[in-house]
Write a protein that binds this ligand. Structure first.
Ligand code: C2E
Ligand code: MG
Ligand code: MG
Ligand code: MG
Length: 288
């Protein structure tokens, strides 16, 4: 898979370095350089309404156009960015770009909710809510059309700064989603006491739908109990989509419809969807 390729290329580079400290330092300075030179780009994966198969959202997924190693996936560099603390600056630039994109889509007449991933490390920075509020003011974007994806770990630590930041972001208007739901350690009690709006069922449960449907049933049952919006990740087959549709899940994303794509390609999908709504005679194919 592309993901493994991206990482192994980095691992090879890493191993070639004789000194581990050296390689960490090299990674840190190349991440800084990447920020300065604009080597990061957001790709967007469509999120669709299960009821009518329309694009209603976009998840921003970070990509790094490395000058020599090519296109790198977040799994290869986000852990380093977290470790070095550079995730704060990277995260701010991700938020700014995503906010600008939300504004651009809204201005073009597309109703698309933009979701942004944030790591736990960002939440432990007390300046996070202020920084985000400033970005909203600067970009004129609508937080009610934006979503923040966090993992259960942000809640489980019960860290006062993190919990407070989550509440402030929710109060600003963002909806809050728990990403990779079912893989962490949160429980029903924890989830109830935080401002969570959406649960994203981890793709591992979707992948095992055929063989272990009871796992997915259990996860969906928990979402129902909590009265949250249910998003299925990693939907790759029509069978999986049919199963989720039969259980009234709300949204899905996955390779079945589209992987994360550059913004131009996403624009083309939105335009086609709009044209189709205006003249359904055109016909519309599922894949981009
Ligand atoms: P995630 O938020 O759970 O994102 C879903 C990942 O699954 C993405 O990988 C996406 O490309 C991939 N995916 C989507 N549909 C399918 C499918 O049908 N099948 C399979 N096998 N995979 C699918 P990606 O882009 O490599 O991102 C990996 C993780 O990196 C994300 O997981 C997220 O936790 C993190 N990440 C991405 N962008 C950012 C960012 O801007 N900031 C932070 N802090 N983390 C980010
Ligand atoms: Mg996510
Ligand atoms: Mg996810
Ligand atoms: Mg996941």
């Amino acid at each position: 898979a592309a993901k493994d390729q991206g990482c192994s290329r980095w691992v090879t580079f890493d191993r070639a370095m004789t000194d581990v400290a050296d390689s960490q330092l090299a990674m840190e300075s190349s991440l800084r350089r990447a920020l300065e030179r604009g080597e990061f780009e957001l790709y967007y994966q469509p999120r669709l309404s299960i009821a009518d198969d329309r694009i209603i959202g976009a998840e921003a997924l970070l990509r790094w156009h490395h000058p020599t190693r090519g296109l790198l996936l977040p799994g290869c560099f986000i852990p380093f960015a977290e470790k070095t603390g550079l995730i704060t600056r990277i995260g701010e630039s991700v938020m700014r770009e995503a906010a600008l994109q939300q504004r651009a889509w809204a201005d073009a007449g597309h109703d698309v909710t933009v979701s942004v991933n944030m790591s736990g490390r960002q939440f432990r920075d007390p300046r996070l809510p202020t920084a985000v509020a400033e970005i909203l003011a600067e970009t004129g974007s609508d937080p009610c059309r934006m979503q923040i994806e966090i993992t259960e770990s942000v809640l489980v630590g019960d860290d006062a700064t993190s919990v407070g930041a989550l509440r402030k972001l929710s109060e600003l208007g963002f909806s809050i989603a728990i990403d990779d739901f079912g893989t962490g350690y949160s429980n029903l009690a924890t989830l109830q006491f935080h401002p969570i709006d959406v649960l994203k069922i981890d793709r591992s449960f979707v992948a095992t739908l055929e063989t272990r449907p009871e796992l997915a049933e259990l996860i969906i049952g928990m979402c129902r109990l909590l009265d949250m919006r249910i998003v299925a990740e990693g939907v790759e087959t029509e069978e999986q989509l049919g199963w989720l549709r039969a259980r009234n899940c709300h949204e899905y994303q996955g390779y079945l419809f589209s992987p994360a794509i550059p913004v131009d390609s996403f624009d083309a999908l939105l335009t086609r969807q709009k044209d189709f709504a205006a003249d359904p005679g055109d016909g519309v194919a599922r894949s981009p």
